[in-house]
Design a protein around this ligand. Structure first.
Ligand SMILES: NC(=O)NCCC(=O)O
Length: 369
């Protein structure tokens, strides 16, 4: 069983002397200094009062002919509030109240693009294989309770908000990320391309693989895309968002230790390096307990948080906690995307024409074993 409260970082920090710690930072994070940003006193107080962690860092780029293109991004990781046996509306409103305080804090720190975790306003009931008792959590992308709630906050604080929801479109469900612009207007949505059907993650029992391709949303602040949770295991999914012009790709997730905590820090980081964009990895925290109605089976799942952000040069932030609510803020210079591409000659060496041709010849189920 993994130690729930301690991060690898904390374990290492406690073991190394200052010189060794510097070397660890250089090799593991890419830089000795995390480039922490100062937080306002009111932010620290809000974190204490409402029991959430706040951490803030920056990634800069070299001076060049273009002016710096600075964007402040915020990721919110959180647990559910009420037991999963409470009425749906009460559960959802309790999460709304919690998240509102974190969003207000993010806004007061100047965050411009904010992303919430996968299916953020509900327990991740998709492990139960039951549908009926949860159906009120499925909502319209541009008229549902979470859209209405977030649209007001987006407008009030000039925030672009990414809201991953369980979408109900005329009775058909999708795992969808909705993008709301800084005026509170619906900008578009992306539906999860790759669905897990592995262990207790049985999402294919609920909805179909997405039909929206790889959209990139041109927001006021940056060109953004969303690769929802399990999609991070598919390298081509990351690739397509990059080819379509994304500067920042968000990976809102709901994942547990048994499903690859050891590569949580690798996949999105590798994608940032391979595609010359920023990646934002965001996982929920806390334990969610269910008793299935049909089989009376108890299911308990704990999510390990550990949200972090990687720059296109591979530098990364430390992770948020494994078990506490948290807000991760990063100020990033988007100029770094092109700078890294040019430095490594990635456009020139990509060989996309070769892959395009070979992919057409691949059998739909490659490498049968
Ligand atoms: N939500 C989700 O897709 N989880 C699947 C498990 C994983 O890929 O970590």
């Amino acid at each position: 069983m993994a130690t729930q409260s301690l991060h690898l970082d904390e374990i290492i920090k406690n073991k190394l002397n200052p010189e060794q710690l510097k070397e660890y930072h250089r090799i593991h994070y890419g830089r000795i200094d995390h480039c922490e940003l100062n937080l306002q006193d009111s932010t620290l107080e809000a974190g204490k009062l409402h029991d959430f962690e706040v951490a803030a860092y920056s990634f800069d780029a070299a001076k060049e002919v273009r002016n710096p293109r600075l964007v402040k991004v915020g990721l919110v990781q959180h647990s559910i509030v009420l037991p999963t046996t409470e009425p749906v509306e009460q559960q959802r409103n309790a999460v709304f109240n919690k998240v509102k305080k974190i969003i207000e804090t993010a806004a007061s720190e100047g965050v411009q693009i904010l992303c919430l975790q996968e299916a953020w306003y509900m327990p991740f009931f998709l492990c139960t294989r039951e549908k009926e008792e949860w159906k009120e959590f499925a909502e319209s992308a541009d008229k549902g309770p979470s859209f209405n709630f977030l649209s007001e906050l987006a407008k009030k604080y000039n925030l672009v908000i990414i809201s991953p929801i369980l979408e109900n479109d005329n009775g058909v469900w999708w795992n969808t990320a909705v993008v709301i612009d800084e005026n509170g207007i619906y900008l578009g949505k992306h539906r999860k391309n790759h669905l897990p059907s592995v262990g207790s993650f049985s999402e294919t029992a609920y909805y179909l693989p997405g039909n929206t391709g790889h959209p990139v949303f041109e927001t006021k602040y940056a060109k953004i895309a969303i690769n929802i949770c399990y999609g991070r295991h598919h390298a081509l999914n990351w690739l397509m968002f990059g080819l379509n012009g994304a500067e920042i790709v968000f990976n809102p997730a709901a994942t547990i230790s048994e499903f690859g905590e050891s590569f949580w820090g690798i996949e999105a980081r590798n994608a940032a390096i391979a595609n010359s964009y920023y990646t934002c990895s965001l996982n929920r925290v806390g334990t969610e307990d269910f008793t299935t109605r049909n089989t009376q089976k108890d299911i308990s799942r704990s999510y390990y948080g550990s949200s972090y952000i990687t720059a296109p040069n591979g530098y990364r932030t430390p992770s948020l906690s494994r078990d506490r609510d948290g807000l991760l803020i990063v100020e990033m210079d988007l100029n770094l995307c092109r700078q890294v591409k040019d430095h490594w000659g990635f456009n020139m060496t990509a060989r996309l024409d070769m892959y395009a041709k070979e992919l057409q010849e691949v059998h739909p189920t490659p490498n049968p074993l």
